[in-house]
Design a protein. Sequence first.
Length: 248
Amino acid sequence: MLKNTLAALPKSILDKVDKLAPRKAFDPQHYDEFKQREERAEFHRQQAQIARERNERFIRHLMDRSGVQEIYLTATLENYVISHDGQQAAVDKCRRYLAEFGQILSKRNMMFCGTTGTGKNHMASAICNALIASGKSAVVATALELQMKIRAARRHDSPLTEDKVISSFASFDLLVLDEIELGSTQDYDGKLINTVIDKRVTGGKGTILLSNLSAEELMAHLGERIVSRLVPSNYLVECKWPDYRTRR
């Protein structure tokens, strides 16, 4: 009688019942496939851990610190406080940038413009933290810090050469340059910053610039040559909301 009742039910109902029916923890026919997937996943986890440790050693050797400033080591896009529509749009762009990172034809660069206290460093560091966790190399440095590292490499007792420092900053998967307007673009050191950016663009590496200038002022500061290289593959985030300190 039960068999007759089931036969009378529509197929769509039977399909739903079949999906909800309890199943064995492991289907013997698919166990080998499951085991191989788990082994591949574990292999990728181990490779990411090895890459993280290797990148951290290299970055500490170059920067004398981790890639992200200590104050932002726990920064995520999830713990960035949003109280303005513009902030939500900015976080959405960050999430898109992360999701597309490293893909062919994806946008490789970002520019954060706006006054202090708008969370530019938090968002950029959150992107770095996410990439570092996945085994990629990412560094946040001020333009002045980069210039100082280049100058230090010229000392006779330096273990690094100027070319090595430039190549190192050009090789990271992501480089965030903060306070870009405080680094001179006219003297020799300033032109080396442009060289680093140029090498990164040519090598298809991601670059994020942070500035307290407006977008128009930043473009003028960078100069036509660098702008023409960055902008075609760039997300612009204009942080026009109030300083978070004034909202407390």
